[in-house]
Design a protein around this ligand. Structure first.
Ligand code: NOJ
Length: 582
């Protein structure tokens, strides 16, 4: 805490102002100048391409499907799309195992489709953020094929190898391996290679300058095509101590401390910035945000020329199954906000392709609460400071899928290998399955629900993951037609955010920190102020707030009624209200 305080004191408050990018609709110019950037003002919509829209009947989404749905995306009011990897891949980890970084996965289409998609996005003023997967490649990438072919191959040092004559390599933990070991013995050259993820995802050797140059060239290739940003997958793990010292026994329980942000990482980011980011008007976000707030700052401090925004996991590391507490949620988001109040920038999200559905994790996916609670969570994401990332389907209030019951129903390598590992270690498999039913990544990957026709309008074939049976009611067609739907609430929120500098740049202040059910805060910029009040429970609750009287303009309400008297507000279950100072 003391360290943090000292650190905050040291933070410079020199904030530059870019008048050209100004989109302010504030009546009075705020006193402080604001460092405006398009990526701070962006509302990011994350599309998992495999699950968005299939057009060729193979049960897997494709780029043509995204193109067909761009009017829908535009109509949501989002301004950028983050697309999970679409490069050639044998799909051991659904595209996070790349075999050709300059080509499109055949399941998804062709480079021509990509070019059309990008220009159609730009025609609608939608930016595109690409997922760059360069902590590792696929074992089917030509670099790895060369690398494993002989010890003196020029590509040998593109990966990490441990010759067998040195004995067993020091233990490294693999996140996806069924046996848990990140070293895999390869007979051809009698050596082990390193894979922090699956055996088909060998880690690239970032300490080799040739590897780094290859990556910058790949990024330049996409930047030249006109993409608007990069999300750096697992990048915190890229730098490694290649002497491979022994780590203490049991280190895997806290492996992030040993894997993330190792020496060299900042240098690589600076180099990437110099070679790529600085040459284009692109946004950059790395998965994860260091091990401490200080490290997160170092990554995104504009003066250091590394990346634009932190993407921290603390907020999604507090699922309900493990005793979700609103107090922890409030503390976490408030802590991250205050640490970046003067300098740096963060991302706000409650779900992505590595998480189960947010309404099932943070709120209530059963009737009659699903709709109000999904609206409440979207109100939260779109009213915090930081760039909001909205995961496809959350605008509808899509939920965890009850069809994912037994291990045979899952497709995710993390679930399948995790199951094998747990079984071999004698874990309680009933608990393991319960955890999957609550938190598996596959819940966030079941197909988009477009309409009430067979397979929810996602495919004419056999969907790669089961469609959630609630698609009959929870689908875009039905929700577009219902003015009180989660979808229409989402659109109101994006419209409000796009038009309000106060929601983008305004200061955040937590109110009622002790309230067990309500998250309330103000956002303030100049003389503008919004009050956000969110009931995170299925109870009707009452809040007493001195400042309530100052806020009389109702901006957002996910119910038709508002029970407000003097300084007291009676809230319905999961009610979400935004009021403005008049
Ligand atoms: C993080 C990605 O978000 C996840 O989906 C993937 O499995 C791992 N990195 C490995 O690339």
């Amino acid at each position: 805490m003391k360290k943090l305080l000292l650190f905050s004191l040291l933070l410079s408050v020199i904030i530059s102002c870019n008048e050209n990018k100004k989109t302010s609709n504030t009546s009075t110019e705020p006193e402080q100048s604001i460092d405006k950037k398009w990526w701070k003002e962006a509302i990011v919509y994350q599309i998992y391409p495999r699950s968005f829209q299939d057009t060729d009947g193979d049960g897997v989404g494709d780029l043509q499907g995204i193109i067909n749905r761009l009017d829908y995306v535009k109509d949501l009011g989002v301004t950028a799309v983050w697309l999970n990897p679409i490069y050639s891949s044998p799909n051991d980890d659904n595209g996070y195992d790349v075999s050709d970084y300059r080509n499109i996965m055949s399941d998804f289409g062709t480079m021509e489709d990509f070019d059309t998609m990008l220009s159609e996005m730009h025609a609608r003023d939608i930016k595109l953020v690409m997922d760059i997967v360069v902590n590792h490649s696929s074992d089917e990438h030509p670099w790895f094929k060369e690398s494993r072919s002989s010890r003196d191959n020029p590509y040998r040092d593109y990966y990490h190898w441990w010759p067998a004559e040195k004995g067993e390599p020091p233990y490294r933990y693999s996140l996806f391996d069924a046996e848990g070991n990140a070293w895999k013995y390869d007979e051809k050259t009698d050596a082990y290679y390193l894979h922090y993820f699956s055996q088909k995802q060998p880690d690239l050797n970032w300490e080799n300058p040739k590897v780094r140059q290859e990556v910058y060239d790949i990024m330049t290739y996409w930047a030249e095509k006109g993409v608007d940003g990069f999300r750096l997958d697992a990048f915190q793990f890229a730098a490694k101590d290649t002497t491979f010292p022994e780590f203490p026994k049991g280190f895997e329980k806290n492996f992030i401390q040993y894997y993330a942000m190792q020496d060299g990482l900042h240098d690589y980011l600076k180099e990437m910035n110099e070679q790529v980011f600085s040459k284009y008007d692109v946004m950059s976000v790395a998965e994860g945000a260091g091990r401490t707030l200080e490290e997160a700052h170092e990554l995104v401090d504009a003066d250091r020329n590394e990346i634009n925004m932190a993407y921290a996991f603390d907020g999604v590391d507090i699922p309900k199954a493990e005793g979700y507490k609103l107090s922890t949620f409030k503390e976490t988001f408030s802590k991250w906000d205050s640490a970046f109040a003067d300098k740096g920038w963060i991302s706000i999200f409650l779900s992505n392709h590595d998480q189960a559905r947010m309404v099932s994790r943070y709120a209530n996916d059963s009737l009659p609460y699903r709709a109000p609670s999904a609206k409440m969570l979207n109100t939260f994401i779109l009213s915090m400071r930081g760039t909001p990332y909205c995961y496809f389907g959350d605008e509808l209030g899509m939920t965890n899928n009850p069809k994912l019951q037994n291990i045979e129903d899952y497709q995710d390598i993390a679930a399948i290998n995790g199951y094998k590992k747990a079984k071999s270690q004698g874990e309680d498999m009933e608990t393991f399955i319960q955890n999957l039913r609550f938190g598996s990544r596959d819940h966030g990957r079941t197909p988009m629900q477009w309409d009430a026709s067979e397979h929810a309008g996602f495919t004419s074939g056999n969907p790669w993951l089961p469609i959630n049976p609630n698609y009959v009611d929870v689908n875009t067609e039905a929700e577009l037609a219902d003015k009180n739907s989660v979808l229409n609430h989402f659109k109101k929120m994006t419209a409000l955010r796009r038009g309000s500098d106060v929601l983008i740049y305004g200061d955040y202040a937590l109110l009622l920190p002790e309230h067990p059910h309500v998250h309330a805060y103000t956002r303030s910029l100049g003389d503008e102020q919004f009050l956000v009040i969110l009931n995170f429970s299925k109870e009707k609750v009452s809040v007493i707030l001195e400042e309530l009287g100052n806020f009389s303009e109702l901006k957002i309400n996910n119910y038709s009624n508002l029970n407000k008297k003097a300084n007291e507000l009676q809230l319905e279950p999961y009610q979400a209200v935004i009021l403005a100072k008049s």
